[in-house]
Design a protein around this ligand. Structure first.
Ligand code: BGC
Length: 413
C-alpha cells in the first residue's frame, strides 16, 4: 500500500509541476539597450528626430501629445545602472545584455569622450560586481548626428567610422565584456528606417534599404575582425528571427522562400564572422503563396502591442539553426504587458519550447528576457511596458519588481 501511495505521490507531482533541467552554465537574465534606458542622448539621430518639426506635426495630426514620444530622461539608467543591476542580481540573473551609445562616446567626428568611456567602465564594473556576465551591444538602432549627416550607413565609405568607434570601445572596455553583440537587428533597422518609413530617416526606398543592410553586414565583418585581435570573447549580431507557418495552397513554398530570404540572408553572409548565433524572437507569420495573411494573429493571445503570442515558434526557429552547429543565445524575447497578466506564462511557455529544442540537439546556452525594466519603446514612446521591473513614471522613475519577475527569478535560481 505504501508503495502505491508513493507511486501516486510522484505521479501527481509530475502532473502538477513539470520540471525541466537546463544545461550547466546556462545564462539567465534580461536585455536592454542604451538609448531606450539611459536618457539624455542629445547627440543621437533619434533625439534629433523626436524633436523635429516633422515628427511633432505628424504626432499632433494623430491626436498624440509629442512629449509622450520623446525619450527625455528615459529610465535615467545612465545614473541608475547600479540600482538596476542590483535588482537583476536580486532576481537571480547571472547575465545581462546592455549597450553603449555611440553618440555619447563620439559626439563629434573623431572626438572620443574619455569621461563617457570612464562612465561606461564603471557601468561594466558594476555589472560584474553584481555577478552578471555581460553581452555588450555596440549599435542598437541609433547613430551620432554627425554620422547621419555624412549619409550614415547608406554610404559604404562611412563603414570605417563605425569600425573606428567599435575599435575604441573594444580596446577601452573589452576586459569586462563576455560576449560582443556588434549590431542589433540590422534587418529591422534598415526596413523600419529605409523601407517602411517608420524609424528615422523615414525613407521608403527598397534600394536604399538593401544598401544599408549590405553595409551593416560589411560593418559586422570588419568589427568582428577587430574584436578577434583585441578580445578573446565571442562575437555575433542580434538577428530578429521570425517563425513562418504555411497556410493554404503553396504556403509551404512561401515559407521556405521567406525563411531563406528574411531569416537567412544576413545569417548566411555573417556566419563565418560569428562565434555564436544571437537571436531575438518576437514574431510568427502564417504565409500563403500571396504573402502574409492578415489574420495571422487571430487565433493567438496578443500582447499590449497587438503582437500574437506564439511560443511554439521559438522551437521551430531554433531547430532551423541546428545545421549551423554554433551555440545559440536568445538575446531578446518578451512582451508588452502593462497589467503583468501574461508575462509569467509567456516566459514559462517560451522556456518550455526552448527546452524542447535543446532536447532535440540545439545548443542553446542562454535566455535574456526583453526587458529588464520598462523603457522607451522607440516610435511608440513609453506606453508599451516590456519590463520585468516596472518604472513608475509618475513616481520619480521608481523601480518596482513585477510579480512575473519573481516567478522568472525562481527559474533562474
Ligand atoms: C528591439 C528592441 C525593442 C523590442 C520590442 C526588439 O526588436 O531590439 O529595441 O524594444 O524589439 O519592440
Amino acid at each position: 500500500i505504501n508503495n502505491i501511495k508513493v507511486f501516486f505521490f510522484f505521479l501527481l507531482r509530475k502532473m502538477s509541476k513539470i520540471q525541466l533541467k537546463f544545461p550547466k552554465g546556462f545564462l539567465w537574465g534580461a536585455a536592454s539597450s542604451a538609448y531606450q534606458t539611459e536618457g539624455g542622448n542629445t547627440n543621437s539621430d533619434w533625439w534629433a528626430w523626436e524633436h523635429s518639426q516633422k515628427r511633432m506635426e505628424a504626432l499632433k495630426k494623430q491626436g498624440k501629445e509629442p512629449l509622450n514620444y520623446m525619450s527625455g530622461i528615459a529610465c535615467d539608467s545612465y545614473n541608475r545602472f547600479d540600482e538596476d543591476f542590483a535588482l537583476a542580481e536580486h532576481l537571480s540573473h547571472n547575465a545581462i545584455r546592455i549597450g553603449v551609445e555611440w553618440s555619447r562616446i563620439e559626439p563629434k567626428e573623431g572626438v572620443f569622450d574619455e569621461d563617457v568611456l570612464d562612465h561606461y567602465e564603471k557601468m561594466l564594473q558594476s555589472a560584474k560586481f553584481h555577478g552578471l556576465q555581460i553581452f555588450l551591444t555596440l549599435h542598437h538602432y541609433t547613430n551620432p548626428i554627425w554620422f547621419v549627416k555624412k549619409g550614415g550607413f547608406l554610404k559604404t565609405k562611412n563603414i570605417s567610422f563605425f569600425v573606428d568607434y567599435a575599435h575604441h570601445v573594444v580596446e577601452r572596455l573589452g576586459q569586462y565584456v563576455d560576449f560582443w553583440v556588434t549590431i542589433n537587428e540590422p534587418e529591422i533597422y534598415a526596413t523600419q528606417g529605409y523601407a517602411l518609413g517608420i524609424f528615422p530617416p523615414q525613407e521608403k526606398n527598397l534600394f536604399k534599404c538593401f544598401k544599408v543592410i549590405n553595409n551593416l553586414i560589411e560593418s559586422h565583418k570588419q568589427i568582428s575582425a577587430v574584436i578577434k585581435i583585441h578580445s578573446s570573447k565571442p562575437v555575433s549580431l542580434a538577428l530578429n528571427l521570425l517563425d513562418f507557418q504555411p497556410s493554404g495552397f503553396l504556403g509551404e513554398v512561401a515559407v521556405r522562400l521567406m525563411r531563406y530570404i528574411i531569416n537567412g540572408y544576413i545569417m548566411r553572409r555573417t556566419l563565418d564572422y560569428c562565434d555564436y548565433i544571437g537571436m531575438n524572437y518576437y514574431f510568427h507569420h502564417h504565409l500563403s503563396w500571396f504573402g502574409l495573411r492578415k489574420h495571422s494573429h487571430e487565433n493567438h493571445e496578443k500582447t499590449d502591442r497587438g503582437w500574437g503570442i506564439h511560443p511554439e515558434g521559438l522551437e521551430r526557429v531554433l531547430l532551423s539553426l541546428k545545421k549551423y552547429e554554433k551555440p545559440v543565445y536568445i538575446l531578446e524575447n518578451g512582451l508588452a504587458d502593462a497589467a503583468d497578466s501574461r508575462r509569467e506564462k509567456f516566459i514559462k511557455d517560451h522556456l518550455y519550447y526552448l527546452h524542447c529544442a535543446i532536447a532535440k540537439g540545439v545548443d542553446v546556452r542562454g535566455y535574456l528576457h526583453w526587458s529588464l525594466t520598462d523603457n522607451f519603446e522607440w516610435e511608440e514612446g513609453f506606453w508599451p511596458r516590456f519590463g520585468l521591473i516596472e518604472v513608475d513614471r509618475e513616481d520619480l522613475l521608481r523601480r518596482k519588481v513585477r510579480y512575473s519577475a519573481t516567478k522568472y527569478a525562481e527559474i533562474c535560481k
